[in-house]
Design a protein around this ligand. Structure first.
Ligand code: G6P
Length: 620
């Protein structure tokens, strides 16, 4: 949520910053801005709208310099206006900052700073940071600090942090200091790219790709002082730190659109490969089980686990729901799925041997991180199912499973969902084999799972059928998504996709539960999307479908190839390959993703950057 970039070195800072902001734009696109320090001045260009509009502004009014910061905003406090765009100025222009996060006590601090003469120009919480750093810097100088020393600047930032409550990742420029950039974080992610005589700052690693592959992940309460000649890392409690450098394995073309019009479509079509990557090296045929390098638990410890809690937000929560069904059916493991935003403040009874998994694509979702920390604090084994290597959750968890799905840029999650379900299926097999799942059953499940990349390729052939359905239904304003058992989470996820990118009201429900309320919504203008593949419960879902038809509700069915009965009942059918029940959500999600995509396109919506949303939600 909000993207930050920074640069200090020898290159043209505006160039790196604008390119970096383009790559971070999925984190927020309400407004964008950059600030460049040069010769005792800081020039700022910022405006409401997307990075391409900022680029036009910079082309019309260029900035020159080799030190700078940039920001792309997802508004929390204050409307989306040019003025509220970052960077923000402190004092009389001595300090300029960018901020990702929320300063919860900003109102009180603002009042204090106003009393001593600071003039606020915006309605954001972030402006308080700029003035506070300025105030503390002037205070340091009054106390005898050397105004020409970066040490004084560091102390000013550190003293300011002591005043703030909330979360932040910040980048700070000082007008009087050429070649100085200070960064700090509590809660919001920050990565530093290490170059030769240059440093890069970013909210995640994507802006650094192509510039450097050496990175430092800033931890909470750490500050970095960056100058072309070197970097110093400080911890607010323990002082100077030795930076630990990690090597990035992302490559530049991972971020290309290729021949696709949108990242979402590209990522939908990458699912066969993503599933393949998620399974690679994790199938142990001899033992008919799945294996994980990162779980860090021996079979003895795993056998003692008596309960699993899966915690997540959004799409990842839906994957968790599939995980609950899998773990309970195949590992006989009592499992709870918790919204991370609830779990972090709830206090559910958890046995000592409860194992917690935070499921997250980004590894940065603030609520998921807080829930993980809360569970760790209580002494539970707290693991992660995560896509982004090096993310905060990946680093703070006690171990876990990486998805290896590759970067997911489209705000609406697609390949991360099916990869999460794949990882959870492997986990269910792994735990199941420790707890009574037989050798032949393990072998059979693994063999079916191994077929999934090919099955997903086949599933993607439904694309044209989906386009035709989208053409027919894109004008409707309400949809119901209905499915049972493994396809209930798929229905929830299908409805979420439509809401997110088409701005159409859609509700996901267990198909049979519909009679207890949503059926009142059914009429000629409310289509129901039935997820009704072949399987044990098919006749039951068919009865639910007939109940909708009896009330003149249009029905779109997601059904198995060769199902002629459903064709007689439904208005439209999208066919997908037949698979075992436990694999159905992967397959049935594909047409639902494509349906949302095409309806959004036909309604003229921005598919990759839906309004009000952000890919990585780093505020609570
Ligand atoms: C945001 C995104 C969703 C995502 C959710 C959880 O709302 O728009 O696509 O599912 O955050 O994100 P995570 O990175 O934790 O999976």
């Amino acid at each position: 949520m909000c993207g930050i970039v920074g640069y200090v070195g020898f290159r043209s800072a505006p160039e790196f910053l604008l390119e970096g902001l383009r790559r971070l734009e999925y984190r927020g696109y309400d407004s964008a801005g950059i600030a460049i320090q040069n010769n005792g001045e800081i020039g700022i260009r910022k405006r409401k709208g997307q990075v391409k509009e900022l680029s036009q502004l910079v082309t019309a009014n260029p900035l020159d310099g080799t030190t700078g910061i940039g920001h792309t905003r997802w508004a929390t406090h204050g409307e989306t206006t040019d003025l509220n765009s970052h960077p923000h100025v402190g004092g009389n222009g001595e300090i300029v900052i960018v901020h990702n996060g929320v300063i919860e006590n900003y109102a009180k601090l603002k009042e204090q700073l106003q009393t001593i003469g600071y003039v606020f120009r915006t309605t954001t919480d972030s402006e308080v940071i700029a003035h506070m750093v300025c105030h503390k810097w002037l205070e340091q100088i009054k106390l005898g600090g050397d105004p020409d020393s970066s040490e004084t600047c560091l102390k000013a930032v550190e003293a300011s942090l002591n005043e703030f409550k909330g979360t932040y990742g910040i980048g700070v420029l000082f007008r009087e200091f050429t070649n100085l950039l200070i960064a700090a974080r509590v809660g919001s992610p920050m990565v530093i790219g290490v170059g030769k005589d240059e440093y890069f700052l970013a909210s995640d690693a994507s802006p650094l790709v192509g510039y450097t592959d050496e990175v430092i992940y800033l931890s909470d309460n750490e500050l970095a002082v960056m100058r072309p000649e070197g970097l110093e890392l400080h911890h607010r409690d323990s002082g100077k730190q030795q930076p630990s450098i990690h090597v990035l394995d992302q490559v530049a073309n991972d971020l290309d659109l290729g021949h696709y019009d949108h990242y979402m479509l590209k990522e939908i079509f990458e699912q066969p490969e993503a599933l393949e990557n998620c399974m690679r090296g994790r199938i142990d045929d001899d033992a008919a089980t799945a294996k994980f390098g990162g779980l860090d638990l021996d079979p003895q410890q795993l056998r003692q686990v008596d309960r699993v809690v899966l915690t997540a937000c959004g799409t990842s929560w839906h994957a968790g729901l599939v995980g609950e069904y899998l773990l309970e059916e195949f590992a006989r493991m009592p499992t709870e799925v918790e919204y991370a935003s609830e779990l972090r403040y709830r206090n559910p009874p958890m046995t000592q041997n409860t194992m917690v998994f935070a499921i997250t694509q980004s590894g940065e979702t603030a609520d998921t991180l807080a829930a993980l920390r809360e569970c760790k604090r209580k002494g539970h084994q707290s693991l992660a199912i995560c896509n982004v290597v090096g993310s905060t959750i990946a680093r703070e968890s006690d171990g876990g499973i990486f998805l290896h799905a590759g970067p997911e840029i489209g705000v609406a999650s697609t390949k991360a969902f099916t990869s999460q379900v794949t990882a959870l299926t492997l986990l269910a097999i792994h735990l199941g084999r420790l707890r009574g799942l037989s050798y032949p059953a393990g072998t059979r499940m693994l063999s079916r799972l191994r077929d999934m990349p090919a099955v997903m390729e086949q599933t993607l052939r439904c694309h044209e059928q989906v386009q035709a359905v989208a053409d027919k239904y894109y004008g409707f304003d309400n949809f119901l998504y209905l499915g049972r058992l493994y396809n209930f989470p798929a229905a929830l996820e299908g409805a979420l996709k439509l809401k997110e990118i088409s701005y159409i009201h859609a509700e996901g429900y267990p198909a049979a539960e519909m009679k207890h309320g949503p059926i009142a919504l059914v009429d000629e203008k409310t289509p129901s999307v039935f997820v009704i593949p072949k399987g044990g419960i098919y006749p039951k879902v068919m009865s639910n479908l007939e109940e909708v038809k009896a009330r003149k509700g249009p029905v779109i069915a997601i059904a198995c190839e060769g199902d002629t009965r459903v064709k007689e009942m439904a208005d439209d059918v999208i066919y997908v390959p037949e698979v075992d029940d436990f694999l159905q959500p992967m397959v049935t999600s594909v047409p639902l993703q494509l349906l949302a995509y095409h309806i959004a396109l036909l309604r003229g919506c921005n598919v990759d950057r839906p309004r009000n949303l952000a890919k990585s939600v780093t505020v609570e």
